[in-house]
Design a protein around this ligand. Structure first.
Ligand code: ATP
Ligand code: MG
Length: 353
């Protein structure tokens, strides 16, 4: 294990990765792998919360997301991509942490409420569905990370995680309830109180211009889309504008995308200015320019991705190695946590084959 500061973040295999993942989290992960010990979870057990009847799809998406991460520049030699389902310490910590959170506190989590609404779960969601919010605190704390690079929607989950860390340290490790968050470990706590590290674009809106770009909402431009598919999706963006001389809303989804994906800031300023004035600049033209910029970003990713296409054995090797490293850290955390809760009866070792 290295001495570099650790981070943990990851994805639920409910579909392939999209531009929202790139700007919201993965771009930051690629930077951090230079300086931090990085762990990227594939939350395949949490995918069961909404898809327990489609386990073959969860498995296929798990492998595709690994390909997406490699395509975007995650280096499996430096960062560990691992399977939640093969890290038992996470499940065990989930049980301990579930005792530290009032039931109503979990149900008040706005991200959870939002998911219930957006995914039309009504009141028919399983008992396991809200449990995933508790599980996510364990995903994170099992690594005792300093920070968690995530999109904006994850901030409430991080708040819950910070509460669990504080409560555990206070209840079982003698940390004072007056302790500053940054002092918990120095005062004997098992868990640091980790920070949410929200990227410059915390929430990329989907091509519907309404909801967060999301793999479950059919409004995403995928990392693995072909150049043609990308352009087609961009062309579908609806702005309600009728002609090139009608003043446009410089804050609409089309303009937001230009700002995020067209690298030349002067050109973006020029487009926005002409757009706001309705100075003879058509949506069609802008969409072409935007599509080209997005394709320029994605092209090297497509090239890298092509190398792993169809090679499940390689992807599984990446996961095995990442999971082996994840277990080394999380078994250590679990042993510390068990010791603190008077559960430290025996040592154990885990082995993957
Ligand atoms: P689902 O709809 O199944 O929840 P998702 O698209 O939200 O899928 P997650 O696996 O939940 O993807 O999220 C992985 C990470 O990517 C999280 O840190 C999340 O905040 C970030 N992320 C996802 N979508 C966006 C987005 N549109 N903008 C910014 N960040 C995002
Ligand atoms: Mg999500």
């Amino acid at each position: 294990m290295s001495n570099r500061p650790r981070i943990l973040t990851g994805d639920t295999p409910t579909g392939k990765l999209h531009l929202g993942h790139w700007v919201g989290s993965v771009r930051r992960r690629v930077e951090l792998q230079e300086s931090h010990d990085c762990y990227f979870i594939l939350a395949n057990m949490h995918a069961f919360t909404t898809r327990s009847d489609k386990t073959d799809e969860i498995r296929a998406d798990t492998l595709e997301i690994v390909r997406d991460l490699l395509a975007m520049g995650i280096d499996p030699e430096r960062a560990s991509i691992f399977l939640q389902s093969e890290v038992p310490a996470i499940a065990e910590l989930t049980f301990l942490f579930a005792m530290l959170l009032p039931y109503n506190r979990v149900m008040r989590n706005p991200t959870l409420k939002d998911e219930i609404r957006v995914k039309n779960l009504g009141d028919s969601y399983s008992f396991g569905f809200p449990l995933y919010a508790v599980g996510q605190t364990a995903d994170i704390l099992a690594f005792r990370p300093v920070s968690v690079p995530v999109g904006e929607d994850q901030v409430p989950h991080l708040e819950l995680t910070r509460e669990v860390a504080r409560r555990f340290n206070q209840m079982y490790c003698g940390v004072s309830d007056q302790a500053e968050d940054d002092d918990h470990v120095a005062e004997g706590g098992v868990f640091p109180v980790p920070r949410a590290d929200v990227g410059a674009v915390g929430r990329l809106v989907g091509i519907d211009g309404e909801n967060k770009m999301s793999k479950s909402l059919n409004n995403a431009v995928y990392i693995s889309d072909t150049a043609k598919q990308v352009q087609k999706k961009i062309n579908k963006i609806y702005t309600g504008r009728q002609s090139a001389t009608e003043p446009g809303d410089p804050t609409n989804v089309l303009m937001q995308y230009c700002e995020i994906f067209i690298p030349d800031a002067d050109r973006v300023a020029e487009i926005k200015d002409q757009y706001a004035r309705g100075a003879d600049i058509g949506d069609g033209h802008i969409k072409q320019e935007l599509g080209a910029a997005i394709n320029e970003l994605l092209e090297p990713m497509r090239e890298r991705r092509a190398k792993y296409e169809g090679d499940d054995a390689f992807v599984i090797d990446v996961l095995r190695e990442g999971t082996r490293r994840a277990n080394a850290v999380t078994e250590e955390t679990l042993a510390m946590a068990k010791e603190a809760c008077s559960l430290g009866f025996f040592d154990r070792t885990l082995e993957l084959s």
